[in-house]
Design a protein around this ligand. Structure first.
Ligand SMILES: [Zn+2]
Ligand SMILES: [Zn+2]
Length: 78
């Protein structure tokens, strides 16, 4: 039995995810893992689960958000 570190749920099939060979985190679902591990967009605040766009040291969910935040050189991958 393991306890999800996000919602505190106890679950016998909990998943353990280690990031960059560092600490291992315990979650009961991907939803909780994303909430804890995924970066959030610096413009709209949504969780970046895919590739995202990095600009000026900030992570954005898409080029649209990066542009809104003032990064004019960013283009969506085509
Ligand atoms: Zn959870
Ligand atoms: Zn965004």
């Amino acid at each position: 039995m393991a306890t999800c570190e996000v919602c505190g749920n106890e679950y016998d099939k909990a998943m353990r995810i280690s990031v960059g060979g560092g600490d291992a985190h315990t979650f009961d679902s991907f939803e909780c893992a994303i909430q804890r591990l995924a970066p959030s967009c610096a413009h709209c605040g949504c969780r970046i689960v895919g590739h995202g766009t990095e600009a000026g040291g900030h992570m954005y969910c898409c080029a649209h958000c990066a542009r809104h935040a003032g990064e004019s050189r960013i283009k969506d991958r085509v």
